[in-house]
Design a protein around this ligand. Structure first.
Ligand code: A3P
Length: 301
């Protein structure tokens, strides 16, 4: 065991990331059994970096036809949580008992994962499938994670103070951490294999959603020039967070969280309301050390 969750659960380091026993079991099973298709598309992220948003955008890009026929077949996003439209491979497939049969899903299959590039199932790395990765500045990621854990119980993380959450984030001791290695691995993969891995930030999506969506459509080979505006509007924080399904306290899937925990502020810069100057200094120091030489910088506002 490499660390402990607050309730005493041991965390294990597996291919460079921290996993609870349940996630470790899922990772090993996925490694053994997951057979990727060259047409599969993955949304990859460290938790709280914009997964929900990217899922809704990619679902819309891939399912443009259903968006065009709104009257005959209503847009699934209007009544279904984005997390029920794109399932997480380790949490909603390989943690399940029995493991759902995903071989019958027609192509292109859409999945998500919180694994780092280095800890992805081998089959996924070695086939022609595509991965869209989203990251977010570490200050807002910590704030978002802390609020998230206040809303449901996961191995006692809900009892951590903001300071304790910060500490664990810095130590890389939260599930799927360490954060910076996660970011750097996908950054490297996106440079080495630009046709396979696309690297996005939450901040650039906020600054220019339309521009990012156009780049994603080009990357996925699904040009949608005239639909881009519709997609952006449908997937906006205002629209999605106000839908009944996404406001629901219910958990409509097998995942353990209620639907509404995925929507909070949806903005850049809430760290200003949580961080002390000492915390900023400490995290900036780590950030600079880790990103040195990578050519990549985070935006904080
Ligand atoms: P905040 O807690 O800062 O508000 P994830 O989807 O990876 O769990 O990340 C959740 C974060 O993304 C939350 O951030 C949430 O509010 C924000 N988010 C969810 N949907 C969004 C959308 N459509 N547009 C912008 N941000 C969104």
């Amino acid at each position: 065991p490499a660390a402990k969750l607050p309730d005493g659960t041991n965390m294990f380091q597996w291919k460079g990331i921290m996993l609870s026993p349940q996630l470790l079991q899922a990772a090993i099973t996925a490694d053994k059994h997951f057979s990727a298709r060259s047409t599969d598309i993955f949304v990859a992220s460290y938790p709280k970096c914009g997964t929900t948003w990217l899922k809704s955008l990619i679902f819309s890009i891939i399912n443009q036809h259903s968006l065009n026929q709104e009257k005959e077949s209503p847009n699934p996003l209007l009544s279904t949580s984005p997390h029920d439209l794109i399932h997480n491979l380790e949490l909603e497939v390989y943690s399940m008992d029995p493991i759902p049969d995903i071989t019958g899903i027609p192509s292109p299959r859409l999945f998500s994962t919180h694994h780092s590039y280095g800890s992805l199932p081998e089959s996924l790395k070695h086939c022609g499938c595509q991965i869209v990765y989203i990251t977010r500045n570490p200050r807002d990621s910590i704030v978002s994670f802390w609020h998230f854990t206040k809303k449901f119980s996961y191995h006692g993380l809900e009892y951590l103070s903001f300071e304790e959450t910060f500490e664990r984030f810095c130590e890389g001791a939260l599930p799927f951490g360490p954060f910076f290695e996660h970011v750097l691995q996908y950054l490297k993969a996106s440079k080495e294999m630009p046709e396979k891995v696309m690297f996005l930030t939450y901040e650039e999506m906020i600054a220019d959603t339309k521009g990012v969506v156009k780049r994603v459509t080009a990357f996925l080979g699904r040009p949608v020039e005239e639909e881009v505006e519709k997609i952006v509007e449908m997937c906006s924080f205002e629209k999605l967070s106000n839908l009944e399904v996404n406001k629901s306290e219910e958990n409509t899937s097998k995942r353990r969280y209620p639907n509404n925990v995925f929507f909070r502020k949806g903005a850049v810069g809430d760290w200003m309301n949580h961080f002390t100057p000492e915390m900023i200094e400490r995290l900036d120091h780590i950030t600079q050390q880790k990103l040195q030489g990578s050519g990549f910088e985070f935006r904080f506002d």
